[in-house]
Design a protein around this ligand. Structure first.
Ligand code: UDP
Length: 502
């Protein structure tokens, strides 16, 4: 009998309605449902129409309930104004989430609230209701460590204005300033820095930090956090089918319709002959970035499948944004190129025709790439992407990183160099070999007895204990009984070390 069947664990997950946030939440929810846990995902109202556009999706049959609350802004509000979105969410979104919990609590009791780090105010809401709270850290554990050490002032950081400075942190190779998450750099808009500072302050009300990564690729980093506030990787949090598991349901949170012509087109191409290019749901390239990439791909003589978004979805746009490919490009590359607005990325990456992935290094995209075993050409823009690109190049070694100037632009020659390196150069076979080794490690982590599977079970067991024990409570306003919390942390890091050593 599963843990959940015995304990009736009932979890509320809270996330913004962003593709890269909802996807790992949903994948975690599916895993929990397969263990008999009841899950409700609450996300912001503006995502409702996009997430429920496919009427054939039946969330209620999936065992996952979907609920929406307003971030306090109208649906039409232009959410590329992130300063207003963050402020409104903190003030009004938090109240609306409280109202939703009031309503839902009429019929059920939540055992735990799981939040992404980008809704730190939801941690306070959970504390007000005295519901134990977990964070689902939806980025690399490396980023968790860097943010934690920076905001908690655990380690000293050099002057980040100087791009030539080096940063030395436990568990990580020596970092250049360009490897750090952009949010802590002076050039980043202050609202993101405030958001992460809020998150760090709220961490003492959090009982578990669960990571969407997996231990085997970040072992030193994870271990380096054990004596601080540990992170428990439970990933790769990708769709269960990628892990070779049976899907308990096929519901998805895809916010755009995938262009199915991608797969037909890939079917017409030889194995390992196509470069797949995507910059995720939020990045809009500059015209110069787009033009250089187009020229390099044209010169490469490779086939390529390129996702080009037609508009800004409320994310990060470089100056002088490009929503279209350069004139003449499609004619000049006819027969070798397919451009789509959105595709079924995991299906594309699994296709044997795909040789490598030019990626913005969003963490979900990278986890998908790692479990599928495709080498990467990293072209990061902001937030965690530069750190992820560093991991690809220096730690995982399953790809290369395009060197860029201060304007974020990689030259035509540099992009050509990277394509040659990964697709046909003398090291190409080594990149493929590394990609396949990581794929095996990712699978093992998720299997019974694997590091992530153990961490999920441990989390559920602890929840079960808390559910059954009247003595373990969170006080009003979320100041947990700190001695108890510290004790739990110590016990957890002890067990975590044993598990990891084993
Ligand atoms: N994605 C997709 N189709 C596309 C491009 C992206 O399904 O054409 C998915 C991708 O598989 C991933 C998510 O969108 O799960 C993007 O998340 P990620 O963290 O990589 O980037 P973000 O969009 O948050 O920058």
């Amino acid at each position: 009998m599963s843990v959940a069947e015995k304990t009736n664990i009932n979890i509320l997950m809270v996330s913004q309605a962003l593709q890269g946030h909802v996807n790992p939440m949903l994948n975690f929810a599916k895993r929990l449902v397969s263990k008999g846990v009841h899950v409700t995902i609450a996300t912001t109202e503006e995502g409702r129409a996009r997430m429920l556009k496919n009427t054939d999706q039946n969330f209620s049959d999936s065992g996952i309930r979907l609920e929406f609350f307003s971030d306090g802004l109208s649906i039409e509000f232009d959410r590329s104004d992130t300063k207003t979105v963050i402020k409104s969410s903190r003030e009004k979104g938090a109240k609306n989430l409280s109202n939703l919990i009031d309503n839902l609590s009429k019929n059920q009791t939540f055992s735990c609230v799981i939040v992404t780090p980008f809704v730190p105010w939801a941690i306070d809401v959970a504390a007000e209701y005295q519901i134990p709270c977990a964070v689902l850290w939806i980025q690399a554990s490396a980023c968790y460590s860097i943010y934690y050490r920076y905001y908690m002032k655990i380690d000293s950081f050099p002057k980040l204005e100087d791009p030539n400075e080096k940063v030395h942190l436990p568990g990580l190779p020596t970092l250049e300033v360009r490897d750090l998450p952009s949010i802590i750099l002076p050039s980043s808009p202050p609202q993101y820095d405030e958001l992460m500072a809020d998150f760090s302050k709220a961490l003492d009300k959090v009982k578990w930090v669960l990571g969407s990564s997996f231990f085997e690729i970040e072992d030193e980093i994870v271990k380096s956090m054990d004596s601080l506030t540990p992170i428990y990787p439970i990933g790769p949090l990708v769709s269960p089918s990628l892990l070779g598991e049976k899907e308990t349901s096929n519901v998805s949170a895809d916010m755009w319709n995938a262009d199915n012509s991608s797969i037909e087109w890939l079917n017409s191409k030889p194995n390992s002959s196509v470069i797949y290019i995507s910059f995720g749901s939020l990045i809009v390239l500059s015209k110069k970035q787009m033009s250089n990439l187009a020229t390099a791909l044209k010169n490469s003589r490779q086939n390529f499948l390129w996702v080009v978004k037609a508009q800004n979805n409320g994310g990060f746009a470089w100056e002088d944004p490009a929503y279209e490919l350069p004139n003449e490009f499609l004619e000049e590359t006819e027969g070798r190129v397919l451009v789509v607005k959105w595709c079924a990325q995991t299906k594309v990456l699994q296709h044997p025709a795909v040789a490598c992935f030019i990626s913005h290094c969003g963490w979900n995209s990278l986890l998908e790439t790692l479990i599928i075993g495709v080498p990467v050409i990293a072209y990061p823009s902001w937030t965690d992407q530069p750190t992820n690109a560093m991991l690809i190049e220096n730690v995982l070694k399953n790809g290369v990183r395009i060197k860029v100037g201060e304007d974020g632009v990689g030259s035509v020659e540099e992009i050509e160099r990277c394509v040659y390196e990964v697709v046909e150069g003398p090291n190409a076979a080594e990149f493929r070999k590394r990609a396949l080794e990581i794929k095996e490690a990712a699978k093992k982590a998720s299997q019974d007895g694997g590091s992530s599977s153990v961490n999920i079970n441990k989390f559920l067991c602890e929840l079960k204990v808390m559910n059954g024990s009247k003595s373990i409570k969170v006080t009003k306003m979320g100041r947990p009984l700190s001695t108890l919390w510290k004790g739990i942390t110590k016990i957890r890091s002890f067990f975590s070390r044993i598990i990891h050593l084993g």
